[in-house]
Design a binder for this molecule. Sequence first.
Ligand code: CU
Length: 233
Amino acid sequence: MPRTTRFALAAGVALGLAAAVVPAAPIALITPAAPAAPAATVAPAAPGTPATATLAAAATRTRAGESATAVVKNAAGRALGTVRIERYDAKKSRVSVSMRGLTPGFHGFHVHAVGVCDARSVDRATGSAFSSAGSHLGPGAHGDGAGDMPPLLAAEDGTAFASFVTDRFTLERLGDANGSAFVVHAGPDNFAHIPDRYFHRPDSTGATGPDATTRKTGDAGARIGCGVVKLHA
Ligand SMILES: [Cu+2]
């Protein structure tokens, strides 16, 4: 296995574990075999805050009309799952993911900047569908971008569940003029986090370090699923 791939997996494991420690909130499309914890329990406890107070606060954070959904489909039009986005507080969003039919392992998972999932639009970088969704939601270089999220970890049965809170985008941002889309990639995401010791030789431009593909997409590869964000009134 190439060093960079090995590193990418290690990075993905760390991030995946961070995402996996939080139980997935129930989503209508797929019910996890293990009973999912109520959504309120995924709220991280603030230091020194009694657990009961945190639960009560979390329960009131999501008000009607403060959520969005994206149904993610593959290039053949088959639904892979659902992403639910809720307002967590003024600056944060809670993202709950439920997928099936993925190849086992880690998958790069990003918000892309355009709310169009056209399976016929070919992504020139990878040859895959959904070029229409544009690049990652910015601003920020890959790894620090608004649209960067913990990768999905698909189990041997192809299911993936995740729930996390991010302050990198709000519902307003997802619903901006050109919308946005949640995209699942074929491979793991290294977040362009390549240590200096892996620097490659200078390329044609004289640049060293991670190449353009790594810096832009974290080498997550083909876009295998895409779901347009729909805000709920
Ligand atoms: Cu992406």
